[in-house]
Design a protein around this ligand. Structure first.
Ligand code: CDP
Ligand code: CDP
Length: 225
């Protein structure tokens, strides 16, 4: 419903959107929408079904029939736990491939709107402020330098015991960003009324507190701490 407040956080990969969305939603007691997970699940499900990821209509049919559930921090797809599979970089690439098709974006639109429930929602992705929630009360466009983002992804992988080269990770993320920015369907770009935040030199806590301050300054939505 339109009277439920929404905060959107859009930006390139590894800029810290998901982490910041979690922190802010936790502080405010709001719901959370990780829209990237829907594109990741669509890419994974289509690929597992042997569907050509360039076939927009076939992939859109997969998106419409997505049997995806989130519970206690785990994600299941058709009953199978896919939490780790969804986070894999290969799945991110599949997501970016299927996300370029307008019919796929249309198929996932209502699902995303359904996350808007009282007392509020924090939504992160690429087009949350531009296409899905254009009336959001606060829109943030989160960025960080490519070097910083590659280092962050590297640290995440190392902590999971996966080795990777920072140079390779940086090349991968720059290639995915380029595809997300250049596509015609809801490209990655700041909404006209978004506040830009480069968090390269910020801690998660600093970014969180800044967003909460912006939100409190915006008026009728009280910060319930
Ligand atoms: O969702 P997105 O891909 O934009 O990024 P993320 O998964 O939230 O963040 C990528 C990594 O950067 C995580 O391990 C965060 O803990 C880390 N990060 C950080 O070290 N400092 C920040 N200010 C923001 C994120
Ligand atoms: O965590 P990270 O930022 O790397 O990726 P993500 O947010 O999970 O998104 C994976 C891919 O899905 C992106 O590269 C986009 O191509 C696509 N995506 C999108 O098109 N629109 C969204 N609202 C969210 C993700």
């Amino acid at each position: 419903p339109a009277d439920v407040p929404v905060i959107t956080i859009d930006g390139p990969t590894a800029s810290g959107k998901g982490t910041l969305a979690d922190e802010v939603a936790h502080e405010l007691g709001y719901w959370i929408l990780d829209s990237g997970a829907l594109y990741r699940a669509t890419g994974l499900a289509a690929s597992r079904a042997g569907i050509d990821l360039d076939d927009a209509q076939a992939v859109a049919a997969v998106a419409r029939g997505l049997d995806l559930h989130f519970r206690k921090g785990r994600a299941t797809l058709a009953g199978e736990d896919v939490t780790e599979a969804l986070r894999a970089e290969a799945t991110g690439l599949m997501a970016s491939q299927v996300a370029a098709h307008q019919p796929v974006r249309d198929a996932l639109q209502q699902l995303q709107l359904d996350f808007r429930r009282a007392p509020g929602l924090v939504a992160d992705g690429r087009d949350m402020g531009t296409a899905i929630f254009p009336d959001a009360g606060l829109k943030v466009f989160l960025t960080a330098s490519a070097a910083t983002r590659a280092e962050r992804r590297h640290k995440q992988l190392i902590s999971k015991g996966i080795s990777a080269s920072i140079e390779g990770l940086r090349a991968d993320l720059e290639a995915r960003d380029a595809r997300d920015k250049s596509r015609s369907a809801s490209p990655l770009k700041p909404a006209a009324d978004a506040l830009s935040l480069d968090n390269s030199a910020q801690t998660i806590e600093e970014s969180r507190d800044l967003l909460l301050r912006w939100w409190a300054e915006r008026g009728p939505f009280s910060v319930q701490r």
